[in-house]
Design a protein around this ligand. Structure first.
Ligand SMILES: O=P(O)(O)O[C@H]1O[C@H](CO)[C@@H](O)[C@H]1O
Ligand SMILES: Nc1nc2[nH]cnc2c(=O)[nH]1
Length: 296
């Protein structure tokens, strides 16, 4: 990212302070809903919700299937905040704006980030409707310098050169595998590698073949920048992709993907994704049960 844009620590703090003064909740878990997965917020009890347009400093959602609302609430005794709608680079947001909420969450006292997305599968073993636990990612925009951490480093958030080798928490990944077994849905769930591409167009066949050869299991247009920023500031991360379509890899194949189809699979699998995320939040250990951030 070669833009001169910077967001000061104060700006993140102002948004965090505004939110903390408008809700009684003190979230320790943040959830980002992928395309068509906005219903993840429905399970939160005692909700306080805010349209992004009312939150100082927040960008706006422009994509169908991303409502643009921040919902606070309780889930299984844990205080959570849920983004019903994320920001994508292809919408024209800078990567700093795309990832703005993550640092706000950190300042609010969040410890764990759960990212979800809709993705196309490259792996033959992943069918539409399957759930892929993200074990690692390839951040294609990041590899060529489109990285939200480019620019001056704010040491208050994290180091100049953060490690990314363990960015998807191993303990949470095994916990969700175990939960999937207990829920009787383990045939739908497997681990894999997610790749972020810039979008907004879906892949050409040559691009799909390339991604497949590189070992990518599922591809989408989000998530990696959020995870990079979350890892930089010390959040624990769990990620899952709902496989909404197969990426066409053959010139003989006449199928093609569209966003409505992506949203439809989200609706069909919403309950299973919701149950897995609810159980994960219920069962995950947390470091600091007492989020004592003061209301300012
Ligand atoms: O990654 P999420 O936001 O779930 O959305 C995915 O679905 C959209 C394409 O249908 C793209 O935005 C892609 O990234
Ligand atoms: N790039 C990309 N993003 C997606 N999001 C949902 N499906 C897809 C896909 O096939 N490709």
């Amino acid at each position: 990212m070669h833009s001169k844009e910077q967001i000061s620590h104060d700006e993140y703090q102002k948004t965090s302070d505004w939110l903390m003064s408008h809700t009684k909740h003190r979230p320790i878990v943040a959830i980002i809903c992928g395309s068509g997965l906005g219903m993840l917020a429905d399970t939160l009890k005692c909700q306080d919700s805010f349209d992004y347009s009312d939150i100082p400093g927040f960008p706006q959602s422009t994509v169908q299937g991303h409502a643009g609302r921040l919902v606070f609430g309780e889930l299984k005794g844990k205080s959570c905040v849920c983004m019903q709608g994320r920001f994508h680079m292809y919408e024209g947001h800078s990567l700093l704006k795309t990832t703005f909420p993550i640092r706000v969450f950190k300042l609010m006292g969040v410890e764990t980030l759960i990212v979800t997305n809709a993705a196309g599968s490259l792996a033959d073993s992943l069918r539409p409707g399957d759930i892929m636990i993200i074990k690692d990612h390839i951040n294609f925009p990041g590899l060529v310098g489109l990285n939200p951490l480019c620019g001056p480093n704010d040491e208050k958030f994290g180091p100049r050169f953060p490690a990314m080798s363990g960015c998807y928490d191993k303990g949470l990944r095994s916990l969700v595998m175990e939960l999937a077994k207990q829920m009787g849905v383990s045939s739908l769930v497997q681990e894999g590698v997610y790749a972020m591409v810039g979008g907004p167009n879906f892949e050409t066949i040559a691009e799909a073949k390339l991604l497949h050869r590189l070992g990518v299991d599922a591809v989408g247009m989000s998530t990696a920048p959020e995870v990079v920023v979350a890892t930089h500031c010390g959040l624990r991360v769990f990620g899952l992709s709902l496989i909404t379509n197969k990426v066409v890899k053959s010139y003989e194949d006449s199928e093609s993907v569209n966003h409505e189809g992506v949203l439809e699979v989200g609706r069909l699998r919403s309950q299973t994704v919701q149950q897995l995320v609810t159980e994960l939040i219920s069962r995950m250990e947390i470091n600091n049960n007492e989020n004592t951030n003061n209301v300012s």
